[in-house]
Write a protein of this length. Structure first.
Lengths: 784, 469
């Protein structure tokens, strides 16, 4: 890369204006090459999971998406829309076509179809695994475009490079992490880019594209509400700060109209696009922008005096109308139980909401508020660069830079509520850090450049400089500025990558203002390069070590350096899929629902979709009940196998015993006879000899620790680091049918019902309790 | 020249027809008798391997050119392979010449019996004797009894056969030895004289039995050898003239022994490996050709990490473990894939055709394959494929589309049921191929990229705006 650059600079010094366009052309080519390299970087840094583990779908939700994609590629789009899945939420089922965000699935399905129509035999799985890395390359290019619109190409390239490897985004988009966020971040950034582009150009073409990009975002992720609230906020900000223009109108009005129409085409959104409170802000601002547009129009055609009269008239009438409308709106909103907001949105507005009312949302670890270390882990040095970026955005404050500021402020808030939304913060942080770095390099290298020729005493450059400084045309300045911005960014990136100190190249135009001392500039450049290098090292480490584990395969290093693989989950799923009847129902906690349906192809009661709290509570109740009651609950749901995850033998901490309190909480939330204090001894959750009898007799305890004592003779649980409380017991209603190699998954079969001859009273009692359970559920469950 | 050849051929045909007629009549007339028959049945694996040594005498007046073998209907369905060879000379200097074995129908055979015709090298003239050695294998011939066992029980099986060899000829003297895998033989039928010594049961010698005599015997014994049955195996052999032979094998593996009854307890399985689950198996050995590379072992949900590959210059051994130990009735599916250097397997025949020389059967040792499908994917543009397989197989053609194919690759599909390790012999697929076709795909890619750049250049140089600036 060094040679073309010097080749660019060579002619620039000697030739005149003609060479400037040549230089720009070369700059464009270099920027293009850098962008391609950034894309390659974004793609390849996410391949650690494939290299270290294998090309496999990760975690939980990706398995569902993979299964949906398989269905789509096999049965076609129409069957996909009408897909009623009877393999999950037994006996309720789930209408997949109407309840998923189809963007990711359709994207991967399309890629698969195109590739296969070219006779390239890639499996659906391969396409799914590599969708996320491909789209992160797209996302970095979108970040380049967005930042270029805000602060020029130099900042754009820096931001793209930063986004390509920001750990927060890597965590959701490593190869195999086939989740909505993978494509949604691209859609988010691209939508913002098109919005800014429309705002800067006022072109209806971009406005239409913007609506389409917004449509893609709606298809992809529930986070689209962020867009539809952030853009109105920015429009409102622009109006309030007196920045209203026709460009703003073009950027906003078509987006709301087209975007809402398109959004309601997506089955999962449908009429929610006009009915729920998440979208009201956009309509309100839509009205406001029209009022403002009208006001500007009238102001233009009326004389100032007449305008004043009109304003007083309109304001008095308008206020009355507004009050009435707002009153009606409030009444409508207040009449709905959640005030028209979905649970997750409410959690965002009131961070304590979920833990108070919806334990199922609170039980998900990614819905917890993040800790400070997680900020450092996920965005690293960007956290320190962002404030500088905000300052850089204020000089000068434009429409687009105000948008970026608004974006970072809101996303910082959201990331503070849910650790998962760190993902929304990451692009904003990258963009602002890109701006900050680029501006800093701009200032520093300019200072160096300005002072270096004097020291070197190069007469030709000095004369050139003298000659040109007198005839600098005003319209030349922005161009050279642009070029100047671009070059430091390039160097910055190069230094980040190669850590090679690059001699700054002198240019003929200098800004004599804002010059820092040479030594300080050199040191600052070095420090910034060091900071960048630190960031790169951290990102590579995070990609390689922290975020690449597929979570279905665990590995540990033995003392002699060998690798030990714990592949118990797939062992169990594979066993289920080959050695049980195809219509058998498998009960497990909802975490394993998606994996069971996708890998074992068996019907499950609950899965990670968690749309029906009562059903999950039923499973939670069964797990926290004594064996007999649990058997009755499961039997009433036609369950044949119960699957529990147990880490006590190998020390796998996220097993069912550690999740058990959530089962109790969620179960107790619906069925009041399950009380959390019954499972706690003095407020402490324990499974040793001090544990409560309720705990030691519940199904989860028994299924986890059945015959566990025979492994080592003591029953020492390596996760809880204690001996278990009840060691020798027999199962009366369940029998062990399979336990994996490291005991991580244990599968039990419900014993068949006892012969009916033995005592009629017993039978009637049991059937009554079953039916009473049904009744309880029936009250709350609209499906019964 | 040609005419004389044809004449020769017709003459040979005539003689053949005459001889076969003669043979049938002679067999009916009992003009062959077996002086001495010795049968050794090896039941130590899941396949019953039977060595039959027959000393045949022609008692008729005409020369006999073939000898008939017959099998009872129970064995007929399980018969995987019948081989015969003629033995001549004394002990040390014994020479073996393989003989041709063909299924045939014999009109006076008992109902359901299956007959094979062994063509002798030289017709047996009257009064002459000859020694024929026959090897045949029976799959699924051991029936687990009890059919369901628990984890701690050993696997017991029944083996059914006849004390007398079912033969269309009179047998002067015969003996049958049955070798069981262990000394634990619960019961066996007695057809006197019957002896049992250690792992061997001896039926006979029986003197002078008439044709088609049959006396059912039942042996009930312990057999804990892995009953690894590949219910279906699809082997895809893809030839790439760029130097690689890619083999993909899709297995559906099952444990064909006594079904597991009740629970599977990991505690018992891990703490008492000798006593618990003795009939289960957890690893298999695949014998792969030498110089194998890029081996993978996975199933539909990803890589299976429990495998080990050992290679040396002559062979490669891949030791694989299914995801879980297989107990009776349990199933598992997996895929093994590997690449091989093409020059070891692809040759040019004298008539300019190319031929692939590759093994037919299943590389897993000690397994029975119920249905084996071998798909040989020839390169795009190859013509007139034909297969030479040393035993009867069904074959048909398919077309497969792979990397950037336009017309598709011809696929020769060979199917065979009931395959035993004995079938791991070489087979050949001949086809003609023009090397120009190798360049088709690279040229396609090159031209695509070329047109892409051409389009870019054109786009940059064409002004499509309506208004001139």
């Amino acid at each position: 890369m060094a040679s073309p650059e010097s080749a660019v600079n060579g002619p620039t010094m000697t030739a005149g204006a003609a060479s400037k366009s040549l230089r720009n052309a070369f700059g464009g080519v270099i920027a293009f090459i850098i962008l391609v390299l950034i894309g390659v970087l974004a793609f390849s840094i996410r391949l650690f999971s494939v290299i270290k583990y294998e090309s496999v779908i990760h975690e939980f939700d990706p398995y569902f998406n993979y299964r949906v994609t398989q269905f789509l590629s096999k049965n076609g789009i129409y069957d996909f829309w009408n897909w009623f899945d009877d393999r999950t939420w037994y006996p309720l089922g789930r209408v997949i076509g109407g309840t998923v965000y189809p963007g990711l699935t359709l994207t991967a399905g399309t890629i698969w179809k195109v590739v296969n129509s070219l006779n390239i035999p890639l499996s659906v799985e391969t396409v799914c695994v590599f969708t996320a890395p491909i789209f992160s390359a797209f996302a970095s290019w979108a970040a380049y475009l967005l930042t270029k619109e805000v602060k020029g190409p130099g900042a754009g390239l820096t931001a793209a490079a930063l986004l390509a490897m920001v750990p927060s985004y890597i965590s959701r988009s490593v190869a195999g992490s086939y989740d909505n966020e993978a494509v949604a971040i691209f859609a988010l950034v691209f939508t913002f880019y098109l919005y800014i582009k429309t705002l800067n150009t006022g072109s209806l073409f971009y406005a239409t594209l913007n609506a389409l990009a917004y449509f893609y975002m709606v298809c992809s992720w529930g986070g689209y509400t962020f867009i539809i609230n952030l853009i109105p906020m920015h429009v409102l900000l622009c109006i309030v700060t007196g920045r209203y223009s026709s460009r703003l109108y073009i950027a906003y009005a078509p987006l709301v109209v087209l975007g809402t129409l398109l959004a309601s085409l997506v089955p999962v959104v449908g009429f929610n696009a006009v009915l729920t409170s998440e979208h009201f802000a956009s309509f309100l601002v839509f009205i406001i922008i029209h009022v403002v547009a009208l006001a500007y129009y009238i102001k233009g055609i009326l004389s100032p005096k007449m305008f004043k009269v009109a304003v007083t008239l309109v304001v008095s009438v308008g206020l009355a109308v507004c009050c009435a409308v707002i009153a009606i709106l409030i009444a409508v909103v207040a009449s709905s139980p959640t005030k028209g907001w979905s649970g997750r949105s409410l959690t965002l507005l009131d961070p304590t909401y979920a833990s108070k009312y919806i334990p199922i949302i609170a039980s998900v670890s990614e819905h917890q508020p993040p800790t400070w270390p997680s900020y450092f882990m996920d965005i690293n040095v960007l956290a320190f660069l962002v404030p500088a970026g905000i300052i850089a955005c204020f000089m000068p404050l434009t429409d687009s830079s105000s948008f970026v500021i608004l974006y970072i402020v809101t996303s910082v808030y959201f990331s503070g509520v849910m650790v998962r939304l760190m993902l929304v913060l990451a692009p904003a942080a990258c963009i602002l850090s890109g701006i900050a770095l680029s501006e800093a390099f701009n200032v520093l290298t300019r200072s160096i450049k300005f002072q270096l020729p004097g020291i070197a005493g190069n007469p030709s450059i000095a004369s050139e400089e003298n000659g040109s400084s007198t005839v600098v045309a005003p319209n030349d300045i922005p161009k050279t500025e642009e070029a100047a911005k671009e070059k430091p960014a390039k160097k910055n990136r190069k230094k980040e990558k190669e850590n090679v100190e690059k001699k700054p190249t002198p240019s003929k135009t200098e800004k004599r203002l804002l010059v820092l001392p040479l030594e300080a500039s050199v040191i600052a450049v070095l420090l910034l390069v060091l900071l960048g290098a630190f960031y790169v090292v951290h990102c590579v480490w995070a990609a390689a070590e922290a975020y690449s584990a597929p979570s279905i395969v665990l590995t540990s290093h033995s003392n002699d350096g060998g690798l030990h693989v714990f592949d118990d989950f797939r062992e169990a799923y594979s066993w289920l899929s080959h050695n049980t009847d195809v219509d058998d129902k498998v009960a497990s906690w909802w975490d394993y629902g998606y994996q069971t349906t996708a890998m074992a192809n068996r019907t499950v009661l609950v899965d990670n979709n968690t749309w029906n709290n009562t059903h999950i509570a039923t499973v939670g109740t069964a797990m926290s009940s004594p064996e007999k009651q649990a058997w009755e609950i499961f039997h009433s749901l036609d369950v044949k196998y119960v699957l529990v995850v147990f880490g006590g033998v190998v020390g796998y901490p996220s097993d069912d015993i550690n999740k058990f309190l959530w089962m109790v909480r969620i179960g107790g939330g619906v069925f009041p006879h399950i009380k959390e204090p019954d499972y706690l001894r003095d407020g402490q959750y324990r499974i040793d000899a001090q544990a409560t009898p309720t705990m030691l007799n519940c199904l989860m305890y028994k299924l986890s620790y059945f015959r566990f004592v025979e492994t080592d003779g003591k029953g020492f649980d390596r996760v809880r680091r204690t001996e278990i409380g009840k060691k020798h017991f027999k199962l009366t209603h369940f029998e062990e049918v399979f336990t994996t190699h490291h005991w991580m998954v244990r599968i039990y079969k419900l014993k068949p019902q006892r012969n009916r001859i033995r005592g009629k009273t017993k039978k009637s009692k049991s059937s009554r309790s079953v039916s009473s359970k049904r009744d309880v559920r029936g009250k709350r469950n609209p499906w019964h | 020249m040609e005419a004389s050849l044809r004449a020769q051929r017709t003459a040979a045909l005539l003689i053949f027809a005459f001889l076969s007629l003669l043979a049938v009549s002679s067999s009916a007339a009992q003009e062959i008798q077996i002086l001495n028959a010795e049968r050794r049945i090896d039941l130590s694996s899941q396949i019953a391997i039977v060595f039959l040594t027959l000393k045949v005498e022609n008692t008729g007046k005409a020369a006999a050119s073939e000898v008939l073998l017959s099998f009872p209907p129970t064995e007929a369905d399980h018969l995987a392979e019948v081989k015969a060879q003629a033995a001549s000379g004394k002990k040390r200097k014994k020479t073996h010449v393989p003989l041709d074995v063909k299924p045939t129908d014999v009109p006076d055979a008992p109902k359901g019996a299956k007959c094979f015709r062994i063509a002798l090298l030289n017709p047996l003239s009257p009064g002459e004797t000859s020694t024929i050695e026959v090897l045949y294998m029976l799959t699924h011939s051991m029936e687990p009894f009890p059919a369901e066992i628990s984890q701690s029980e050993p696997q017991l099986v029944y083996y059914r056969d006849s004390a007398y060899i079912l033969s269309p000829y009179r047998i002067k003297q015969q003996t049958t030895f049955i070798k069981t895998p262990s000394t634990n033989v619960l019961s066996f039928s007695r057809v006197e004289p019957t002896n049992r010594a250690g792992m061997e049961l001896k039926y006979g010698p029986y003197e002078d039995r008439p044709a088609y005599s049959f006396s059912p015997v039942l042996v009930h014994f312990e057999n804990n050898n892995p009953f690894a049955v590949v219910e279906e195996l699809v082997r895809e052999v893809e030839i790439s003239h760029w130097g690689n032979l890619q083999i993909t094998e899709h297995y559906t593996l099952a444990h064909g022994g006594a079904k597991l009854k009740g629970v599977f307890s990991r505690v018992d399985y891990q703490s008492r490996p000798g006593a618990s689950g003795v009939s289960s198996f957890k690893n298999l050995l695949a014998r792969l050709p030498a110089r194998v590379h890029s081996v993978y072992y996975r199933d539909e949900i990803g890589n299976i990490s429990s495998s080990r590959l050992r290679t040396d210059s002559r062979k490669s051994e891949l030791e694989i473990e299914p995801r879980y130990p297989l107990f009776g009735g349990w199933k598992s599916t997996f895929v093994i894939g590997y690449g091989l250097p093409l020059e070891d397997f692809l040759f040019e025949s004298t008539d300019g055709k190319r031929y692939l020389n590759f093994t037919f059967g299943c590389p897993l040792s000690g397994t029975v394959v119920d249905k084996l499908t071998v798909k040989v994917v020839l390169p795009e543009g190859s013509k007139d494929p034909s297969a030479v397989v040393p035993f009867p197989v069904e074959q048909h053609m398919e077309t497969k589309y792979s990397y950037l194919d336009v017309v598709g690759r011809p696929v020769l599909v060979l199917e065979k049921k009931n395959v035993v390790p004995e079938h791991n012999t070489l087979f050949q697929v001949y086809y003609s191929f023009n090397p120009v076709f190798m360049l088709a795909e690279p040229l396609m890619l090159v031209s695509t990229v070329f047109f892409l750049f051409a389009a870019c250049v054109a786009y940059l140089h064409i002004d499509v705006s309506i208004r001139k600036r």
